[in-house]
Design a protein around this ligand. Structure first.
Ligand SMILES: CC(C)(COP(=O)(O)OP(=O)(O)OC[C@H]1O[C@@H](n2cnc3c(N)ncnc32)[C@H](O)[C@@H]1OP(=O)(O)O)[C@@H](O)C(=O)NCCC(=O)NCCS
Length: 153
């Protein structure tokens, strides 16, 4: 079965919590602090009710592969995380492509997506470049030397 993306719902709370606290995900985030379940529940409740947020779950053969999050304000910041057991299998490009296709249909008014990537996160840079994101500039995000990539729809 091909990989598909779905809008997140409350059944995804635990998968998202576990992935958010995965050591590589925390390391590559701009806020490295571990997340408590209480914080996660509060955050998730706000996100799924918000018009400024879109959280998409990627599944393959019914299994949770990863998540793509869009913060739909100003620059429309995108984030991607693949679950540990699906990493390194070349799935990130399909996950991103499917998520962008979903966004295009769901929010046709959006014309630009921005990715902010820590400079040393090579797998992420390759993933975004392969999916059509173009390098824009070097910037610092929370003191971390980072790269800004742009995708024009
Ligand atoms: C970044 C991430 C989504 C990439 O997904 P992935 O499943 O690991 O990557 P893929 O197997 O699809 O490979 C994508 C590319 O990165 C390369 N790559 C994968 N892991 C790598 C690693 N550890 N070091 C260097 N390159 C790596 C692959 O060779 C591939 O490059 P290619 O297309 O030139 O062959 C995933 O590693 C992840 O969830 N990381 C933690 C969260 C994160 O960093 N998110 C991004 C924040 S901006």
């Amino acid at each position: 079965m091909p990989l598909k993306v779905f809008k997140a719902n409350k059944d995804d709370l635990v998968d998202l919590f576990n992935l958010a606290n995965d050591p590589l995900v925390r390391k590559n985030s701009f806020n490295k602090k571990e997340i408590t379940m209480a914080e996660h529940k509060h955050w998730f409740g706000n996100q799924i009710d918000s018009n400024n947020s879109l959280i998409l779950i990627a599944k393959k053969d019914g299994k949770f592969v990863g998540v793509v999050k869009f913060k739909l304000e100003d620059e429309n910041i995108i984030g991607i995380s693949i679950a540990k057991y699906f990493r390194g299998k070349g799935l990130s490009n399909s996950v991103l492509t499917e998520a962008i296709e979903y966004l295009k249909k769901d929010r046709p008014e959006i014309k630009i997506i921005t990715a902010l990537i820590k400079e040393e996160n090579i797998a992420s840079v390759k993933t975004f470049e392969k999916s059509g994101f173009k390098f824009d500039q070097k910037i610092k995000v929370n003191e971390s030397p980072s790269l800004k990539y742009i995708y024009e729809i």
